[in-house]
Design a protein around this ligand. Sequence first.
Ligand SMILES: NC(=O)c1ccc[n+]([C@@H]2O[C@H](COP(=O)([O-])OP(=O)(O)OC[C@H]3O[C@@H](n4cnc5c(N)ncnc54)[C@H](O)[C@@H]3O)[C@@H](O)[C@H]2O)c1
Ligand SMILES: [Fe+2]
Length: 388
Amino acid sequence: MKTNAFMMLIPQFIDVGISSKTGEKLKELGCTKVLVMYDKGVEAAGITEKIIDAIRHEGIEVVTSNRVEADPTDLIITEIVDFAKKEKVDGVVAIGGGSSIDAGKGVKLLLNNDESLQSFYDLSFPQKSGVPMIAIPTTSGTGSEASKGSVITDTESGSKRVVIGMGTMPDMALIDPELVLGVPPKVTAACAFDVLAHAIDAITSNMTNLITQSISYEAIRLMKNSYKKVIENGKDLEARTEMHLASNLGGIALANAKCSMSHAFAHSMGAIFHVPHDVSCAIFTPACLEFVVEECPKEIIKIADLLDVNYKDTDSTESIAKKTSETIHQMYRSVGIPDITEFVPDKQVAYEKIIPLAFKDIMVNFCPRKLDDDGAKWIIDRTYELAE
Ligand SMILES: NC(=O)c1ccc[n+]([C@@H]2O[C@H](COP(=O)([O-])OP(=O)(O)OC[C@H]3O[C@@H](n4cnc5c(N)ncnc54)[C@H](O)[C@@H]3O)[C@@H](O)[C@H]2O)c1
Ligand SMILES: [Fe+2]
């Protein structure tokens, strides 16, 4: 375990209705004309208008872009930046799920850094801070509002790249549970398993520490308590608040401890087979948890307890890890998330396509167990075994 260092870089406000304060908060940040960006799904959900009105009410000019797409590409981000530069905005508000917020981080960066987005794939490339940005999450999954990582789809290679630095950190997050009440059950379900993946990855990461662990265990407790409720009744504000908080805690944990193995495989499968991020995370969480049982035995027992895994005191840690992995598999199957076989029926194809890209993913570096060819095959084998 690393030294218990922890960075919480930005003010965050979590409250029902807090998004109505967006205008006031932008004023505090010194903004006079902002770009409000989102995707068409968020726009159709009727969320954006009220927030835009609240911003205009404070005398701040607004231009909008609904050009964000799922898994935003470098091209879309650059297009939005060109528009925002022409409009001479001095701030950005990203309203939406991880796709909108990550795209917003890219726009924030490029509005104050003249280099291409691709230059920043090299994480040592220096960044100036971006223009002020407020992140307003409308899904409970990525926790992207709490971290400076922006996951971008690189059009040329088709793979996901992460841009991180002082230029991509939102300046404020407004976490309003009212905004997630209308998220469809399918998206709600998948997002819940992104939360679980963040918490488990952050607990088992080699960057983990006492603070990130406490936060992650609480994220798991909240997720376990609310995931069925928010899927069965999306209007349950109490459960939605719990899940929105769990998502934010997951984001805070990963901002400090990083994600690890499940995200390496999830990024790879998502990029090649166009599987949504959260679904890919659900699919790889069980095997990746089992993979680190020797390195994280106590942590896995705590996770098992939080998930009410049915094990005996006499069980070996390996057996508890196996049962925990099976429990997570049952949890995601019970809410309609498909198995890997739905996307990649042939295991041989998974070996050939998913493994090479997983090895290249930055998150592999944060796994406490070194990934080798046998280990990667084992993770794929176990994921298919669970699907049988
Ligand atoms: N930066 C990070 O730390 C981090 C972590 C995990 C994932 N990610 C990235 O985030 C992206 C996925 O984000 P996501 O899972 O939040 O999905 P998303 O942002 O792609 O949104 C999923 C769908 O839900 C719709 N939607 C969003 N909010 C809604 C609402 N309130 N009501 C109705 N519909 C709504 C959107 O229009 C979209 O169709 C991926 O690109 C992934 O790589 C980033
Ligand atoms: Fe994730």
